[in-house]
Each structure stands twice: as C-alpha cells, then as structure tokens.
Design a binder for this molecule. Structure first.
Ligand SMILES: Nc1nc2c(ncn2[C@@H]2O[C@H](COP(=O)(O)OP(=O)(O)OP(=O)(O)O)[C@@H](O)[C@H]2O)c(=O)[nH]1
Length: 296
C-alpha cells in the first residue's frame, strides 16, 4: 500500500515556490544593475537543476495524480520561465537593454506558475484531510463521496463490510498504544493483500474499517469477508523478540438495496458486526440472514 506524506509535500511546495520567487528577485537585481546572472541561471538545464525543478521531478507522480493536464502545463511554464530569463540576460551581459517582450513573457509565466502552485497546494491539503496518517487509508469522508458513484458503476450489487478488531483495547493495555498502532498498520496491510484494485478500503473510526465492493451476489462478499477473517486470524503480528500477537476481526456484511442511502447500509453492516461480537467474535455475519459462520 502506498503511503504518502501530504504535509511534507505541501511544505516542499511552499519551499519550492519561495525559492523561485527569490530567484526572480535575483534576476530583477541583475536587470536593474546590469550585472550578469550566475551560472545556475544561465545553464541550459536550469529548469531541472533549480530547487523547484528537482522537487517537481521527484513528485511528478503526485502532481499527475492530482491533475495530469495541469501538471503538464506547470512543467512547460516552469521551463519557459527559465528559457525566457536566459534570453533576457544575454543582451544585458553585453551592456544592452533586455527585450521587453521577453520580460513580459517571463512575468506571465511567473504569474501562471504561482496560480498552478496555489491550485496544487489546495488540492494537496484537500487530499491530506481525507487520508488517515497512520494507515494511509482514505477516511470516512471519502467513502461518503465515493459511495453513490460506485453504486451507479456497479453492474451487480454494492456490498459493504464493516470490520472491527476484536478486543483491541486489551492489545493497547497489554502492549502499549504504539504497538496498538503497529497492529492496526499490519492489519491493514494483511487485508490490503487480499483485495483487488476495485475493492476500496476506508478507515471508518479507531479500529473500525469499511470495505466497499461490487459483488454479483451476497455470497461473493461473504466469501471475501471470510478470507479476510481467516487471513487476519492465521497471520499473527510479530512483536519484539519474535513473540507474536494473534488478532481477530468480526465482520458484518450488507448488500446495498436499490437506492438505499449509505448511512442505512452502514447501519445494517454495523448491526451484523455487533451481532457477531455478541456471539463470540472472529466471525462473518450477513446482515440479511444473521447467520453464524463456523469458527476455525
Ligand atoms: N493504538 C491505537 N488505539 C486506538 C486507535 N483508535 C482507537 N483505539 C483504541 O481502540 C480501543 C477500542 O476499544 P473498544 O471499543 O472497547 O473495543 P475492543 O476492546 O476492541 O472490544 P470489542 O470491539 O468488543 O471486541 C479503544 O481503547 C481505543 O482507545 C488508534 O489509532 N491507535
């Protein structure tokens, strides 16, 4: 599972923008004082070598995942800024005035670059508020946004699994909160390994997770839930000195009815999960049938 630190991204974005503004200030001084800019400005690859260019290259996938078209424009505008500055600086180095068109082009590029960066920063912060820092999973808000679209796309029925870790408080009490955090991270990795690309997982609350998937029939969703339950139970989490912690999960499964609102589907899956808790935990319960699966 890919984890990404959006806070770091936003900080680096600010630093890159600041570096570029500082760089423009240096150019302005050269223009006024008729001095020649340093080699870093005149280098043909300056757009790759400058601080912002390096940041852009490192995070190109992130920029593209936010908005591919605008990323392409950002890359182009950034290179144009550097190209224009070289054009502007050449006559100055010969004691001549710079070209006004180059200067205006540079100013337009600079303004456009800043607009793009403001857009990407807003988007990055928006994404950041929807991703759980501990597990890297999208949060409840994202589930709310994606549910309706997913329901329309689904050719079969849309199923929700409500997953709750059993006796998680005892894990915190016995091993400490940090180990509890590690257990949640490891649990998510184990579950993620059995999911395919169309099955989305969300962190719903503390030790509660929701998986949304298209299922031809409820049996298909139940089979996946059972695989998750089995995998979690039979893959203990390694603690220090090779000691292991065995954990289990109780899962409620509900198939969304026609036009059923998300809150109602969650409520039914949650109730089924709660029923599983009351009947021994470490089991999968179908909301419609409230049947117990065998413990293994
Ligand atoms: N380490 C850690 N603990 C968390 C986190 N979020 C919630 N918790 C803890 O999870 C525990 C949940 O406990 P309970 O709701 O009592 O449930 P439980 O002990 O899992 O028992 P059952 O659900 O009945 O099997 C609480 O002690 C919370 O403090 C987290 O991000 N990290």
């Amino acid at each position: 599972m890919q984890k990404f630190d959006f806070q770091e991204f936003v900080t680096a974005l600010d630093a890159g923008q600041q570096a570029h503004l500082e760089w423009s200030r240096r150019i302005l001084r050269c223009t006024v004082l008729r001095s020649f800019p340093d080699d870093d400005v005149m280098h043909n690859d300056a757009h790759h070598l400058c601080q912002f260019g390096q940041f852009l290259a490192q995070h190109l996938i992130t920029f593209t995942s936010i908005n591919a078209e605008q990323t392409q424009r950002l890359v182009t505008v950034h290179q144009q800024m550097h190209d224009t500055i070289r054009n502007l600086a050449r006559p100055i180095s010969q004691g001549l005035a710079g070209n006004i068109e180059d200067l205006e082009h540079f100013e337009r590029c600079q303004a456009e670059l800043i607009d793009h960066l403001a857009y990407f920063k807003t988007q990055a912060i928006y994404h950041y508020t929807q991703i759980d820092n501990l597990t890297g999973l999208p949060l409840r808000q994202r589930l709310i946004q994606e549910f309706r679209g997913q329901q329309q796309q689904c050719s079969g029925a849309l199923a929700l699994m409500f997953i709750d870790v059993d006796h998680f408080k005892s894990i915190n009490d016995l091993y400490g909160h940090n180990m509890g955090d590690t257990v949640l991270q490891q649990l998510v990795l184990r579950i993620h390994d059995v999911l395919n690309i169309d099955q989305s997982m969300y962190r719903y609350g503390g030790e509660e997770f929701i998986i949304m998937l298209c299922a031809a029939q409820v049996k298909q969703a139940e089979a996946l839930a059972e695989l998750i339950r089995h995998t979690v139970y039979h893959t203990p989490i390694v603690h220090q000195d090779d000691a292991t912690i065995q954990i289990s999960v109780t899962i409620g499964v509900a198939l969304a009815r026609h036009q059923e609102p998300l809150v109602s589907v969650i409520e039914r899956a949650d109730k089924a999960m709660y029923y599983g808790k009351q009947h021994g935990r470490n089991r999968v319960i179908n909301a419609d049938h409230i049947t117990l699966e065998n413990k293994s």
